[in-house]
Structure formats: C-alpha cells, structure tokens
Design a protein around this ligand. Structure first.
Ligand code: AMP
Length: 196
C-alpha cells in the first residue's frame, strides 16, 4: 500500500494537491478538516464538538480525532492506499496512526511536507476565506492562531517521520503544477521502496 501523509501549515496547498494526487495514484483521500466540516454541516455531536475548537483555530482533541480517522480508514477496506491530509497534527496522532496501520500490516510510506513562507500562507488563507466563506479562514486572528498552533504542536510531527527516513520537504512555491510535479517525483521514489 502507498500511504502518504501530506503535511504543511494551513494554506500550504494540501487540499489542492491531494485532489490531484488521488486522481493520479488512485488513493483514498482522508482530510480530517473536511470530515469535521461535513459533521458540522450535518449537525452531528462530533460536529458540535469539533466546531468549538475549529472556531478558535485550536486542535480538536487527539482521542476524538484519532477515533474518527480510524473509523474512516475502516470504511475503505478496498483502498489501495491513503492520502492523509491534515492528519497527524500531533506526535500522539502520529504514534496512533503507526500502531493502527501496523495492525493492518501496513505503514506510512512517506510524509511529504509542503513548505510555504508565512506571509504567503496568510494571503492564501484570506483569499480562500473570501471565496469559500470558511469562518476560520476569514479572521486574521484565527489564522494567526492556527499558524501558531501549527508551529507549536504540529511542526514537530516532521521529526517523527524524519527519524524513520520517511520525510521529504517540498518547496510549495512556483504554481500548482510545479509543486505537483515535485510531489510526484518524491512519491515515485518512495513507491519503489514500498513493498507492502
Ligand atoms: P484543515 O481543514 O486541515 O485546515 O483543518 C481545519 C481545523 O480542523 C483545524 O484548525 C483543527 O481545528 C481541526 N483539525 C483538522 N485536522 C485535525 C487534526 N488532525 N487534529 C486536530 N484538529 C484537527
């Protein structure tokens, strides 16, 4: 299986690139942010809980997020692999994902980390907020908090994969197609060494 963790700060282009990657590699796209937003729209209990954190730009607690992610993976038993987008965002999430995938005789193949400078992230998020109406993209103080949370709680997850030789930094500037090409080159390299 090819299991990719698509990583990077909010606004780095994870969602855009994930859409292109799933089409090319025939993978199942799991975006925890999208799943939370679908739950908010459906007014589920999970949605209500998630909203209380998302509205502030904080992370939804690990226990809730991990259980949800595992259940989504289990809903796709025939998938040839997954793109995890926006997950893991903490080291306990990364550890839980490893244990969960190992129990299915597979593992994360590689973390691809999109690297974009901070001012560019803010500009992109504000533009997305205007176009999509996403509340957490429309308010500069919430955006600032999301970037802070990323730097303080999420960036460290890269070390977890780097320690296993599964970390690739991808410079996220130069246009969507140029970044996509870089991602594909990195994936093709790891595909050759992924045996299960
Ligand atoms: P995203 O769509 O990935 O930018 O996520 C939007 C929001 O959903 C985040 O700011 C968090 O509040 C929440 N969220 C998404 N994924 C996670 C995760 N893996 N762990 C905790 N909270 C998450």
């Amino acid at each position: 299986m090819l299991n990719i963790v698509l990583f990077g700060p909010p606004g780095a282009g994870k969602g855009t690139q994930a859409e292109k990657l799933i089409a090319k590699y025939n993978l199942c796209h799991l975006s925890t942010g999208d799943i939370f937003r679908a739950n908010i729209k459906g007014e589920t209990e999970l949605g209500k809980l998630a909203k209380s954190y998302m509205d502030k730009g904080e992370l939804v607690p690990d226990s809730v997020t991990i259980a949800m992610l595992e259940s989504e993976v289990n809903k796709n038993p025939t998938a040839q692999g997954f793109i995890f987008d926006g997950f893991p965002r903490t080291t306990p999430q990364a550890e839980a994902l490893a244990a969960f995938l190992n129990s299915k005789a597979t593992d994360v193949s590689v973390m691809l980390a999109l690297d974009v400078e901070e001012q560019e992230l803010i500009n992109r998020l504000l533009l997305r907020g205007k176009n999509s109406g996403r509340a957490d993209d429309s308010d500069e103080s919430i955006i600032a908090n999301r970037i802070k949370v990323y730097n303080e709680q999420t960036a460290v997850v890269a070390d977890f994969y780097a320690a296993q030789g599964k970390f690739e930094k991808i410079v996220g500037k130069g246009g969507i197609e140029a970044v996509f090409d870089k991602l594909c080159k990195a994936i093709d390299k790891y595909k050759q060494v992924t045996s299960n």
